[in-house]
Design a protein around this ligand. Sequence first.
Ligand SMILES: [Zn+2]
Length: 429
Amino acid sequence: MKTLLTGGTVVSMDPSVGDLERGDVLIEDGVIAEVAERVEAPDAEVIDATDRIVMPGFVDNHRHTWQTAFRGIGADWTFPEWAVAMHGTVKPHYQPEDVYAGTLLGRLEALHSGVTTMLDWYHVAQTPEHEDAAVAALRDAPGRSIYCLGAGWGTPDPVDADIRRVRSGLSGDGLVTMALGLRGPAATGMDTVARELKLAAELDLRTSLHIEAGGTITELHQHGLLRDTTTFVHANGIGDEELRMLAGAGGWLSISPDVELKMGFGSPMTGRALAAGLRPTLSIDDVPSVGGDMFSTMRTAFAVQRGLDGGLRSRDLLEFATVDAAASCGLGDRTGSITPGKDADIVLLRADDLTVFPVTDPAATIVSAGHPGLVDTVLVAGRLVKRDGALVDVDLAALRTRLVASRDRIAAAAGIPLDGTWRPQPAAE
Ligand SMILES: [Zn+2]
């Protein structure tokens, strides 16, 4: 089966392919076969990409979709307020069907805005039924997804037997794969971290870990536990020496600029990471607090770093959100750029939309003015999942009804108002 994207402006994010003011992309059996100014493929199904920017799909390597039903409710919250609200107040009332509805709508939203690969950092209730519901939702959304089984904030750590159980269900070469979320030495002790990393290596799982203050990376380094398969999330409090340690180990950093700035974590580490030799990546984190698209995330990270030191070019942000994030997920040979041999995870953006027209520099336009309304067409491994601005074969009306019912039931059970007056009360220090 062949598909030919014709006449688009190609931003490949692959230096050997470059950008094409007018280019064609040939896809064969879900894989990018050829990228050139003109490709002859008379037997291919043609998708007209005229007036479209053709770019690789975004990669978000850290998002907690289970919270989707409470979108926007925490825009004004601090981090302690978010923690007591989401983990202390609503989480105990989540049933498996709530996890399913939140995860599915959260994943579909990401696809809708061009995120073809997403790591779903799972830390809601720990029963096999809840976990299976999350995996089922990721399977039902036609994206490339990584189910990151983790814990935190009152959720018990997953036990080895359960990690193995989930892994055995995600052992194939399909679009949904697995990672392991760690809590880190401060929460679980170094012995547990060492055991979890050993198990992750045995099961061929990458790991991810939220950190705030400095010290953790040094400790892991001293114990020989810094891995090139681990992504550290946020890390705003760490020093330059730890950044260099992380770079030396080949580890990864995921920056969620909006959450970090708004909720009191500190400045995003973009510029300091680059100075230490580390390629940063970008992520959304959670939609109760912030929007779920990578355009605004890139823009925040860009503006903050430019404000601090004038560093970064718009293309850097696109790299963080595509090729670099793909590599952080261990998927650098599969996705993240429009490269022959990689899977066809491709997004077509409207270049004729009045908010961006006329497009003179496509990469700069995407970063400075891009938004989800431009996302016209999305392909994942060559499959059309969004076409002409609408998700393909998704009954959104039914899913909306289901998510609202889930939200209302949880809110009633937790005794929280949904009229904008909810102000969570963190315990006093
Ligand atoms: Zn997070």
